[in-house]
Every structure is written in C-alpha cells, then in structure tokens.
Design a binder for this molecule. Sequence first.
Ligand SMILES: [Zn+2]
Length: 209
Amino acid sequence: MQGSLAAARRPRPFTVLSVLSLLLCAICVAMWLRGLRGEDFWTFTVGGNFFQCTADDGGVRVRWLADVPADSRPAGSAMGRQRLAGEELRRSQAARRPPRGAFLNVPDATLRTRRFAGVEWTWGTGQILQPTFFLYRASPLLPLRGVAIAWRWLLAYAAIIPTTWLALRTRRRWTMRQRLRRGLCPACGYDLRATPGRCPECGAVATPA
Ligand SMILES: [Zn+2]
C-alpha cells in the first residue's frame, strides 16, 4: 500500500523539468562569467541558411541569412573564441577585425531591432565574409534575421519552474504537517481521530515518522 507521502507526491516530469531548469541557470551564470573575458562564436550552414551564434557578457545571440547563393556558402562550420570582451570587442568589430573562418558582416545602419520581454529581434541585411588567400570574399547583401537574449533574462525565465516547484513543495509539506498535528489524514484531510492508522477515505497510511 502507498504511504501518505507517496500518495501526495507530485508528478515526476515537473521535478525533471526543475532539475533541467536549474542546470540551465547554472549554464547561464557560467557563460555570463566566461563572457567577461571573451566572446564565443559558432558559425555553420544548414540548407542554404548561414547561422552565426555568439555568446559574450551581454548574452547569447543568433543571427542568420536565408537563401544564401550556392557559391557564397561557406564549407563546413567554424567555432572559436575571441579573447576580447566588452568595449574592446565592440571596437575591434567596428574596425572590421574579423574572427577566423567565415563570419557575418552587418552594416549597423540597416539593422532594426525590437525588444519584447527581454528578447531582442533583429531585421536587416548582412553578408558573409570568407577568408581567402589574400583578404575576404564577400557574398551579396542578403536579408538578415536575428534573436538575442541577455543572460539575466534567460536566468529569470529558467528560474520560474524551480521556484514554483520549491514553493509548491514547501506549501504541501506545511499542509501535511498541519493536518497531522490536527489528527487529519495528511493526504486528503479526512478526520482520522476516530480511525487512527489507515485513512478510510483515501487509503493512505498515516504513519507518524
Ligand atoms: Zn485520506
């Protein structure tokens, strides 16, 4: 027979989600700290779309160009880290000092951004610059889309589920303790003073630990 604690247990998926969310929180904090000393980047091409993901102290950002002409698609992907951060990195990007491999060149003047609930959406145009033997080969300007979120916002969103889980758990424990103290079934609240032991209402065994 199920004990009172087992009878009142929450569904497991919620606990799993909480653990995953906590893991995401930890990753956010780690990436945030890592971003203070440099920027991580990752570029790749999928089905004619060129993606560039970056993570720095500000947050994580994905920008992509759609329908890249076949002769402008970079072969393979590139992943790396620029050991510059913050203002230093922004100045170097303004000076067009590029990272290794193919990368996105975005004329800032074409960018439009809209922010909603911590998420920044970007529209504009961009081009792919690919290193060649001498310099860089530029693709034509293509429509660009982007989405970015700051670490603090991602952290806040990821914290919702574990915080709710903890609050529900605390409230459930408190309710059960109150019911036991008043001689009620901890699982369903039925009055057990006449029938101590098993609850005649729900079958839970009230065992004072
Ligand atoms: Zn009961």
